[in-house]
Design a binder for this molecule. Structure first.
Ligand code: SF4
Length: 628
């Protein structure tokens, strides 16, 4: 490798002015550039600004520091061409994300080393959700093969790397597991900067020494686990941004393998309405089975004062339709007023996404998924019984139009489809509909034919695992349509693609799975298919037998649940063979109807967990009282 170009890619929605913050007389941009120049061969550094016109101060400072600017071009396509040209002329391109102000050269070097191996055209850190990895490295040959062919999609995609990854079929990708860095760099994810508040938090934590510290130094400084946890927990209690320190503490506890946590989950899902207003064919229970289910009231929601420590909350989870909770707007408004830092997301079937609700959501809700599942009215009626297709489409259009009128980017809108025999032929039309409705992304996932409880109404025959050629043909068409329409789309891999990993229990072209931290970072206060409230860490396909009572979810009650014997056992075994559910998640395809292993795991591991809960006196705590 002769040279490495580093491109700091500033995406419009991110807060790159952070780089102009002063720290001990120097801007963070100076600090970052100095850091990047330590990287072998990283003598060419570019700032790729998609919205240079709005960032005059940053442009001026970059020029002053001799950083070259990309994107003086008048259009996105020319800008991407310019980026591709720079990539082709160099040995490797390191793409720095916004969270990389403290990126460590050791990581970069290791990634470039991987890039030089035969098998790697593109290196990502494995096992982390997109957007949280500190750095990506790609080689020009990776770009060269595909980029020009797919220029249109890439130009319209919000993220160069993910757009390339999405459109490139068969390109080789190497994944850097953080475990492989253990000898050189301890996992530094806890200490990355993600927003201006982070800088303040880092100042609180590391004070005057900040400007001189490398990530490794920070980790060394806080190498004493007990002391660090005490320090972080103490700081959290006094901080102006407790949720930021909680996120750092949470990551730190995950990395050090703690099972009883001082930190609260960073991401919380809360099912506030386990009753539904439709009857989906791919779902394993029906509205008529739901008459004993209990919604969450505003008063109950107010007990969750510990949400001040969380960073995001999903007002949905498991089963049900949140928008038909008569207090949905009251809960949403309360959450935003009380915890203004929270990113709130919602998934809905769309029938009850009425204009008066959208009026409140636009500009304030962070993310919205509408589970549309069809492109034609007749098909929608068969799959989503009582779904009112026209009304759903009108509702979505109202929301996206309003978003435009208010010049807001919020909420980000995804339209999703559970793809099955009944709707697969509509996939290209579904892409068209999503584009016409102004969605930001279409998301397609397979129908899951197996379930621990309940009976899927559609049956196994509806699974496309029994109609593979047809499915592949339609997936290819959908991909082509998305390219033509410039729409982001997440599609499952073709059945003919054999070079797949398993990620979250599904065939995937991403991955492979790295170490999983969800049992530390994530908590779904969910509802199972029998209407019982259970806490989960992920959509693993099995219930954990961690029952909870909504009326006991104040801080003390939540901590008892969060650090109960089952969660602790689960965390203690997550990344080892001692957890058959996690092993299943990393090796088995649960969407394949012939794969029945989850039943065995539910019987064996599930019952072990249940016994553990019973022994600790933490059996079902439910006190269901029917409310109107
Ligand atoms: S099953 Fe285990 S490895 Fe899979 S997502 Fe859940 S916690 Fe992570």
């Amino acid at each position: 490798m002769n040279a490495t170009t580093v491109i700091i890619q500033c995406e419009p929605s991110q807060q790159w002015e952070l780089l102009l913050e002063q720290e001990r007389g120097q801007t963070l941009l100076t600090y970052l550039i100095a850091r990047l120049r330590q990287i072998h061969g990283a003598d060419r550094i570019y700032l790729f600004l998609e919205d240079a016109g709005r960032r005059k101060a940053l442009v001026k400072e970059a020029k002053r520091q001799g950083v070259r600017l990309l994107h003086w071009a008048p259009s996105a396509i020319l800008a991407w061409l310019s980026l591709a040209w720079r990539s082709l002329r160099t040995g490797a391109v390191v793409r720095v994300s916004e969270s990389s102000a403290f990126v460590d050269p050791e990581i970069t070097n290791r990634m470039i080393e991987l890039l030089e191996s035969e098998s790697a055209d593109c290196v990502y850190a494995a096992g982390f959700p997109e957007g949280t990895t500190p750095i990506h490295v790609i080689s020009p040959k990776y770009v060269a093969r595909r980029i020009l062919r797919n220029l249109n999609t890439i130009a319209h995609g919000p993220d160069f790397i993910s757009a390339v990854r999405r459109v490139v079929k068969g390109g080789k990708t190497a994944y850097l597991r953080f475990a492989s860095l253990y000898r050189t760099v301890r996992i530094p994810q806890s200490f990355v900067v993600r927003a201006p508040e982070d800088l303040a938090v880092l100042r609180e934590l590391f004070g005057e020494t900040l400007g001189e510290l490398r990530l490794q130094d920070v980790v060394n400084l806080y190498g004493d686990v007990e002391r660090t946890i005490r320090h972080l927990a103490d700081r959290r209690g006094r901080s102006m941004a407790p949720y930021r320190i909680n996120a750092i503490l949470n990551r730190y506890e995950a990395e050090t393998g703690r099972t009883a946590l001082q930190s609260f989950p960073v991401s919380v899902g809360f099912n506030i309405m386990p009753i539904c207003d439709v009857d989906c064919k791919f779902c394993s229970f029906s509205p008529q089975e739901m008459d004993n289910r209990d919604r969450v009231t505003l008063e109950e929601f107010k007990r969750l004062d510990w949400l001040k420590y969380a960073s995001e909350v999903a007002l949905w989870g498991g089963v049900g339709e949140s928008l038909i909770n008569p207090e949905f707007l009251a809960i949403f408004n309360y959450a935003l007023d009380q915890f203004p830092h929270l990113k709130i997301s919602l998934s809905t079937i769309g029938k009850s996404l009425r204009p008066e609700i959208s009026d409140q959501l636009v500009g304030r809700l962070s993310f919205l998924n509408v589970s549309l599942n069809a492109a034609r009215k007749e098909t929608h009626a068969k799959i989503v019984k009582a779904g009112r297709f026209d009304r759903v489409v009108d509702n979505i259009r109202y929301l996206t139009d309003l978003r435009k009128t208010r010049s807001s980017t919020l909420p980000r809108v995804h339209l999703s489809m559970v793809v099955m025999r009944e709707n697969v032929e509509e996939l290209p039309e579904f892409i068209d509909l999503a584009a016409d409705l102004g969605a930001d992304q279409a998301v397609v996932s397979h129908y899951l034919a197996t379930t621990i409880e309940g009976t899927r109404k559609a049956g196994e025959e509806s699974s496309l695992y029994h109609h593979r050629e047809l499915a592949d043909a339609m997936l290819v068409k959908a991909q082509e349509r998305a390219v033509a329409r410039g729409l982001n789309v997440i599609l499952p891999p073709l059945f003919s693609t054999t070079d797949c990993n398993v990620l979250f229990g599904a065939r995937s072209e991403f991955g492979p799975s790295g170490d999983c931290f969800l049992p530390w970072s994530t908590c779904h206060l969910s509802v199972d298919e029998r209407g019982r409230r259970q806490m989960l860490f992920c959509c693993s396909g099995m219930y954990l037998r961690t029952f909870y009572d909504v009326s006991q979810m104040d801080e003390a009650g939540f901590v008892k649940l969060w650090n109960g014997p089952i969660p602790q056992h689960f965390r203690g075994t997550t990344n080892s063979a001692g957890n058959p559910l996690c092993t299943f998640c990393k090796t088995e395809d649960r969407f394949d109807p012939t794969n029945k292993k989850i039943y065995d795991i539910d019987q064996t591991f599930g019952q072990t967990l249940e016994a553990m809960g019973n022994q600790a006196g933490q059996g079902p705590l439910l006190t269901l009282a029917k409310r109107v």
